[in-house]
Every structure is written in structure tokens, then in C-alpha cells.
Design a protein around this ligand. Structure first.
Ligand code: HEM
Length: 126
């Protein structure tokens, strides 16, 4: 069961960043694809399943955000990813700001993956 949950979680993480990268390219090209309804709805569905599986996983392994550092780091980084993500794709006033925020969100996503794999708040420090 835990393995299935982990697979669902990781697949949703891959779909989440793939969709975000693609929407970033569309943002830079000012593509009309970005305004399609399913393009706006799909990320919410994926991210809801990603978070739902995250909650179930924390219960399964009995490690929780604000108790265990690496999970606290994941939650805080996820909030930063979402915030920068919306600036990158939507709220950034200029194209430069949107691209900078988009790159920042991608970097934060990579940090979350490293935290997940190492269970360390600072995965790049030995
Ligand atoms: C963008 C957001 C996220 C990404 C990219 C992500 C990525 C991952 C990855 C790649 C794994 C598999 C690690 C392994 O192979 O052992 C994992 C596991 C896990 N994640 Fe996430 N995650 C995200 C958000 C969250 C959040 C917000 C939570 C908790 C509040 C969470 C809780 C967990 C737990 C409990 C595991 C299982 C760890 C284990 O059994 O070793 N994840 N995550």
C-alpha cells in the first residue's frame, strides 16, 4: 500500500513539474494554449492528488510536518513553489519578472525532490 501511495505521489510530482515547465514555455511564447480551460484545471487536479498522497504518506510512516524537519522543509518549500509559480505564470507584471519567478519555482521544486530523497533539510550539505 505504501509503495502504491509513493508511486502515485511521485507520478503526480513528475506530472506537476512537467506541466509547469510546459506552461512556462507557453508563457514565454505568449501562447493561447495557456488560456485553455483544461490547461488551467488539470494542475489543480494533479496537485490535489499530490498533496492527498503526501498526507496519507505522512500518516503511514508516522512522520509529520512541524515535528520532523525534512517534512517541515517540504511543506514550506511547496508553499514557496506555489507562490513563485503563480507569479511566474500569472501575476508577474513584466515578462522578466515572470521568467525569473518561473526559474525560482523550478529550483525550489528540485530542492523538494532532493529533500524527499535524502530526508535532509539541507540535502546539499554532507
Ligand atoms: C512538489 C512537492 C513534492 C515533491 C516533488 C515530492 C517528491 C517526493 C518524492 C520524489 C518522494 C519519493 C522519495 C523516495 O523515493 O524515497 C516523496 C516521498 C514522500 N513525500 Fe513528497 N513530494 C512533495 C510534496 C510533499 C509534501 C508537501 C509532503 C508532506 C507534507 C510530502 C511527504 C512525503 C512523504 C511522507 C514521502 C515518503 C517518504 C518515505 O517513505 O521515505 N511530500 N516525495
Amino acid at each position: 500500500m505504501i509503495l502504491l501511495l509513493k508511486h502515485v505521489h511521485v507520478i503526480c510530482a513528475v506530472l506537476s513539474i512537467s506541466g509547469y515547465l510546459l506552461r512556462g514555455v507557453w508563457m514565454m511564447r505568449e501562447s493561447p494554449w495557456l488560456r485553455k480551460k483544461w490547461v488551467k484545471v488539470a494542475p489543480h487536479v494533479i496537485d490535489t492528488v499530490l498533496l492527498g498522497s503526501a498526507v496519507l504518506l505522512t500518516v503511514r510512516i508516522q512522520q509529520y510536518p512541524f515535528v520532523h524537519g525534512w517534512l517541515t522543509a517540504k511543506v514550506l518549500a511547496l508553499i514557496a513553489y506555489i507562490a513563485l509559480g503563480t507569479v511566474g505564470l500569472k501575476y508577474g507584471r513584466t515578462r522578466k519578472i515572470r521568467i525569473a519567478a518561473w526559474l525560482g519555482a523550478v529550483a525550489i521544486f528540485l530542492y523538494i525532490v532532493l529533500v524527499a530523497l535524502t530526508r535532509q533539510v539541507l540535502p546539499f550539505v554532507a
